[in-house]
Design a protein around this ligand. Structure first.
Ligand SMILES: Cc1cc2nc3c(=O)[nH]c(=O)nc-3n(C[C@H](O)[C@H](O)[C@H](O)COP(=O)(O)OP(=O)(O)OC[C@H]3O[C@@H](n4cnc5c(N)ncnc54)[C@H](O)[C@@H]3O)c2cc1C
Length: 512
């Protein structure tokens, strides 16, 4: 059952075996897996419930409807945009459907440096294999690559750099190019179309989902979490209180929000909650081509070049990925104002866009305060700044190799590269936060997972240290950033945590 805010006209208290906060990549899977165990679940989702018939492909309406803070979440003091979804299904509803398994090297770091148990590639394979068919993961076919993606392919091949079509969680994609606005055709196999829908049809009597319900605090008695308090944006513009009492509570509100909820609840485990956030900051380079590229028509993210990424090198670096956006989102990072900006936008159909996703260090911090409830403080380290510059230069090289007549960098003051000889301009401009537009859609960390080690917030299976039955399970538990698009890692970790809880139900639920 999905209860929307408009259907709520009084305060109430619910009781269930399990309370879950957040319905994204992790929360939706946790709900399904708990119901599979025969447990009753109340799931609270701050955002609204929007079936795909609501997705009208209009940027002005969809972005405020589906994104946290209408898409305007920035790092301080750097001003990098960090996009996150906020709706039933979470960020999976607005993401690009790109799928990567967690790189083996990254799992190795988690195992060796952070002492996370049972996380090696062989163990995780089982969870990837469980999730992938449920969300219809398949490799993009050559005939599905639009010109924007082919430009990345051709450019990197000319330079001798390795790459491949992406895997995606999409069934018979209609290639409308509007993944960021929710998939009107329902072909993107987001949580909304898969685990949430299946939970409703198979386990409707066990799982109650409240949309428009924001958890405000975790309640507890001694070392046991007793549930969650929430506010519901209810009927007639009124706000109602909702209490949930549960044997086991999972916080799956995503990076930033999960740390915020722990901090608000006075649960700053070892003083580490909110520490160690990474964002995969991704500057994008715009290649201007004589030919019509029409990057907005077709799959926006269908190809990647992994030559400099952890997938190929086993070390931190950057992944170069094709990407494209509808006009409003595309226009935001373009340099200039008024006439200059209009001139640049007039070439929209001739542009190819590629981004370099930086495998960054976990140096960000979530702090309480401000009108949104928390700040995300984040600065590039000197080493990351150097790698970002390298990623920008190699992205430009790809575009030039593919035939771009000029490449516009992501600096705020228009910077144009015409040939290899101009690449020094990128070194000279650097990546000063006041001079660069950087986007992120992958906040990770803040509630680090670790095997008993100082500096972790949750144990190897997502249980919060110091509490018997409170779990945090989402992108916030990654011990390090992962260097590839993270949704499958979140889903696999949620499947693994649910299995663990199922195996030790009596212990965690206080029934033994
Ligand atoms: C535009 C965009 C494109 C992306 N593209 C890709 C891609 O192609 N491939 C990929 O692998 N990853 C992609 N990602 C990232 C990926 O979707 C996320 O990493 C993943 O969904 C994170 O899962 P999560 O469960 O941690 O959080 P989310 O999926 O973000 O879910 C968290 C949910 O919790 C809710 N919530 C927050 N606070 C509260 C509260 N107090 N009470 C109740 N509910 C709350 C939020 O509203 C949200 O719905 C993209 C993300 C974005 C925004």
């Amino acid at each position: 059952m999905i209860i929307q805010g408009k259907d709520v006209n009084r305060s109430a208290t619910e009781t269930a075996d399990v309370c879950i906060v957040g319905s994204g990549a992790a929360g939706a899977i946790l709900a399904w897996e708990m119901a599979e165990l025969g447990r009753t679940v109340v799931l609270l989702e701050k955002g609204g419930y929007h079936p795909r018939s609501d997705f009208n492909q209009n940027e002005e309406q969809m972005i405020p409807m589906l994104y946290k803070n209408s898409g305007l979440q920035f790092t301080l003091p750097t001003g990098f945009v960090v996009a996150q979804g906020s709706c039933v299904g979470g960020s999976t509803v607005v993401n690009d459907a790109v799928i990567f398994r967690t790189p083996d090297a990254v799992l190795g770091w988690w195992q060796d440096q952070y002492k996370v148990e049972e996380i090696g590639p062989d163990v995780m394979k089982r969870y990837f294999e469980k999730v992938e068919p449920r969300i219809s993961v398949g490799v993009v076919q050559p005939y599905e690559l639009n010109r924007n993606n082919l430009i990345l392919k051709e450019g990197s091949e000319k330079l001798g750099w390795s790459g491949a079509p992406n895997s995606r969680n999409c069934k018979t994609c209609r290639q409308c190019g509007l993944c960021h606005l929710g998939c009107y055709y329902g072909t993107k196999q987001s949580m909304l179309e898969t685990y949430i829908a299946d939970t409703q049809s198979v386990h409707g009597s066990l799982v109650k989902i409240y949309a428009d319900a924001a958890a405000t605090s975790v309640t507890r008695s001694g070392s046991r979490a007793t549930g969650v308090t929430a506010t519901v944006a209810g009927a007639g513009g009124q706000t109602f209180n909702l209490g949930v009492k549960a044997k086991i509570t999972f916080i799956a509100a995503g990076a930033v929000a999960s740390s915020e909820l722990l901090l608000i609840s006075g649960l700053d485990v070892k003083g580490m909650v909110g520490k160690g956030v990474a964002i995969h900051p991704s500057p994008a380079m715009i290649g201007d081509f004589d030919e019509v590229v029409n990057g907005h028509q077709g799959i926006p993210m269908a190809y990647h070049c992994d030559e400099f990424s952890v997938v190929k090198t086993g070390k931190r670096g950057y992944m170069i990925e094709s990407i494209f956006m509808p006009p409003y989102q595309f226009s935001l990072p373009l340099p200039g104002f008024d006439y200059d900006h209009k001139q640049l936008m007039s070439r929209y159909n001739h542009y190819a866009l590629i981004g370099s996703l930086l495998h960054d260090e976990n140096v960000g911090t979530v702090r309480l305060g401000g009108p949104l409830g928390s700040f995300l403080e984040y600065q590039l380290t000197a080493a990351d700044a150097k790698t970002m510059i390298e990623g920008m230069k190699n992205s430009v090289r790809i575009l030039l190799a593919a035939g771009a007549t000029q490449v516009i960098t992501s600096h705020r003051k228009k910077t144009v590269i015409y040939s290899e000889d101009d690449l020094h301009l990128i070194d000279e401009r650097g990546v000063s936060p006041t001079d660069i537009n950087v986007g992120s859609a992958h906040p990770q960390g803040g509630n680090r997972m670790g095997g008993g080690q100082q500096g972790s917030v949750v144990d190897s299976f997502s249980k919060v240290y110091g509490l018997d039955n409170l779990f945090v399970c989402d992108a916030s538990v990654f011990p390090t950033s992962i260097g590839v698009n993270p949704q499958l890692t979140v889903m696999a970790l949620a499947t693994r945590a649910a299995e663990h809880v199922g195996e030790s139900w009596a212990k965690y639920a206080g029934e033994s």
